[in-house]
Structures are given as C-alpha cells and as structure tokens.
Design a protein around this ligand. Structure first.
Ligand SMILES: [Fe+2]
Ligand SMILES: [Fe+2]
Length: 300
C-alpha cells in the first residue's frame, strides 16, 4: 500500500478560499486534497472570503501512484489482473481526483475575467462541485479498500489534464471541454457503469456509482449556466460557440452515440447542443475512411 497517499498536510483553518484552492493543487496526497476541500467548504460557510487572486500551477501535484502511462498502453479489463469491478472503480476514482483539481484550477484561473458582481457566486458554485467530487473520490477510495485494492494499484492516463491544459487560456473553452463535453459524457457513462457493476454481482459499488451519476447532473447544469453567462458577456451565440470549440478541440469518442438524452436534458443540454457535433464528427470519420480506402486501392 503506497504510504504517500496518506501523508497528511497541514490544513489551514479559516483561510481564504483561494488559499485552500492553491493548497489543493500543490498537495500530492489525494486524501489531503479531500480534507482541504472539506475545510474550504467549512470556511466558506462561516466567512465567505474568496481571497486574493492566485495563479494556479501549470499542473496539479499528484501522488507517485497511479503510474501515468499513454492511453494506448492502458491495460484492458481482461489484462489488468484485477476483477472487473475494481478496474472500473479505479478508473472512476482517477476521474474524480482529476475533477477535484480541475474545479480548483478553473476557479482560480478564470475568476479575474468575471465581472466583480459574479465573484462570490463563482466561488460558491465551484466549491460546491469540488465538494461533491471530493466526496465521490472518497467513496471510491474506500470502496477500493473494501474490495482489497487501493487507488494507485492500476496505472492511469492523463487525458483529462491534457484537455485542461488545452483550455487554460479561455473560459469558454474550459467550460465547454470540462463541463459540457467531459462531464456530460459522464452522464451517458454513469448509469451504464452501474448496470455493468450489477452484472458483475457488485451491488454495493453499483449503488455508489448510481449516486455519483445522479450528482453529476448538477455539475453539467452549473457548467451550462456559466457558459451561457460568459457567452452573453462577450456577446457570442452559445450553441454555435460550443459547436466550434467541440469540433476544434474535443476527442470524437466524447461524441460517439448513444447519448443519455434524458440526463443531458435535465442538465440543460438539449440535442441541438451536441447532435450537430456528433453528426459532423461522424461525417468527417466516414470521409477519412473513404479517402484511406481510395489511397489503398490506388497503391494496390
Ligand atoms: Fe464526480
Ligand atoms: Fe462532476
């Protein structure tokens, strides 16, 4: 068991939120990120102090394990040497840990572009999402331990932070890629994962994943809210802007059908947001396949 995950950092009491946010990002231990997030929520409840503007680090600190490897080298469920429920919970735990860091990075990185009147609401919303993500990570961390595993037993990839890096200079791109693409994909994947866990006989994990999936709807809702506000501020059409960003910067896998239309609708994402992107990506995929087979025919 990697002792590094359990190193306890000093938790500042009653600090400003930007101080907590910066500490979360510069702390490697996942459980300390959870503790710092809880302390930030408590501090906000009593003092509501956003604090000074802080520039977040380029990358958040992370524990030594899990080992980060290229996505193409990630072992499949069958080759992972762990039961399928552990495999799925481990990959979801990694998503949740990234989500904690992403909340605090977004909170700090973009607060200065917002009008002053929105500042408190901005901190409150991101803190409430971070609080959920920290709780989600802790559920999964504990569930992995109960199953005889631990977070870090398997390798993980760095796809989430790559898309955070791509969107580090634009609030619209960050909200689009983080909340409207990646978190919205979670709305499609969560209920399916719960069913898979039931199929593997792990009803307790399925209940945990179902609760997480229910809570993710609000994260997408808040992403849509801030995306609309930001598009209004810069006077641009939100849906067209989203299409442009998604087609330029997102992975086609994030728009593979089917979508969970009901959950997406609940979160404020009606099909006019995502279907044109899915259709255009599919058209481009067919075009590529066609030109590849033409090139192959010409060569042979
Ligand atoms: Fe989550
Ligand atoms: Fe989330």
């Amino acid at each position: 068991m990697p002792a590094l995950s359990f190193v306890t950092t000093q938790i500042p009491i009653q600090a400003a939120i930007s101080t907590y946010a910066s500490r979360v990002l510069t702390t490697a231990s996942p459980l300390d990120k959870v503790r710092l997030t809880r302390a930030a929520v408590k501090s906000w409840e009593t003092s509501r102090t956003p604090g000074p503007t802080v520039t977040p680090p380029d990358r958040p600190s992370r524990p030594v394990l899990p080992k980060i490897i290229p996505p193409s080298e990630m072992p499949s469920v069958k080759r992972s040497n762990v039961p399928s429920n552990v495999y799925y919970l481990h990959s979801l735990a990694h998503v949740e840990l990234n989500a904690i860091d992403l909340c605090f990075d977004t909170m700090l990185r973009f607060e200065s572009v917002l009008p002053a009147k929105d500042r408190d609401e901005w901190f409150e919303d991101w803190l409430s999402i971070a609080s959920d993500e920290a709780r989600h990570f802790k559920y999964l961390h504990d569930r992995l331990l109960a199953l005889g595993s631990f977070y870090g037993e398997l390798p993980a990839h760095d796809i989430i932070w790559k898309s955070a890096d791509v969107s580090k200079d634009s609030l619209r791109e960050r909200l689009a890629l983080g909340q409207l693409v990646a978190e919205a994909r979670g709305l499609d994947a969560g209920p399916k994962l719960a069913e898979r866990l039931i199929g593997s006989g792990d009803n307790d994990s399925a209940a945990t994943v179902r609760q997480i999936a229910d809570e993710e709807v609000r994260h997408v809702q808040l992403g849509v809210k801030w995306f609309l506000k930001e598009c209004e501020r810069v006077m641009t059409d939100p849906i067209r802007t989203f299409h442009d960003i998604a087609l330029r910067l997102s992975n086609p896998g994030a728009f593979a059908q089917p979508f969970n239309e009901q959950r997406r609708r609940q979160a404020g994402l009606t099909p006019e947001w995502y279907m044109p992107v899915a259709e255009e990506m599919e058209r481009q995929r067919k075009e590529r396949t066609k030109s590849q087979s033409t090139a192959h025919e010409l060569r042979s």
